[in-house]
Design a binder for this molecule. Sequence first.
Ligand code: MG
Length: 246
Amino acid sequence: MYRTTRIMLCAALLAPAIHASAQEAKPQDTEVWEPVPPKVTPGTGTSAPSDAIVLFDGSSLSSWVSDKDGSAAPWVIKDGVMTVAPGKGGIKTKASFGDFQLHIEWRSPSKVKGEGQGRGNSGIFLQEQYELQVLDNYDNRTYSNGQAGSLYKQAIPLANACRPPGEWQVYDVIYTAPRFKADGTVESPARVTVLHNGVLVQNNYALLGKTLYIGKPFYEKHGELPIGLQDHGDLVSYRNIWLRKL
Ligand code: MG
């Protein structure tokens, strides 16, 4: 206690000296006027802001293709919602992306079927490499680094923010793509921040490499790539998908 008091006393004695040296400085000295941030009109609710690329607005799959062969996306649209066509494969965006902010809403089936990884499983593949898990974990235990909000088999989510099956859930993702040196080694890893229904579940996590079902992740040099959505055999639906390039 005595030691703490002495440090505080010293700080108090030094304070006038610090103020004296700053006397010539003006508030304007630390004002920065350029660059001017671009004006963006926010969406209402969770709708896309004015500078977003809308990847799915409920009307068509025109921004998506099959991840098998690039043919028309085989998923089903009904009532403004797209749903996995089990067995027909995943889909990916036609466009490729680097750094981005992504908003995506998903829903696992209200009719609960299966358990563990077999219940409402899908996934969002950032740059087709890194899976942000989509899974019904409302009342469903699986390995922690494979549950909803995990970066599959790499990063356990900081919380389980799942809503019950059949309800819409939101991921807001801030993604920084990895940078590679000319020789293919990693200059800086991919980084991911994820909010699940407004709850922070990944906080600027540095990925260890691409998502693997078996084995340890490692990086393979790549540039801009599409975003993929997984067909894991379950009737998972998506809506309101938009992205802002960063
Ligand atoms: Mg998955």
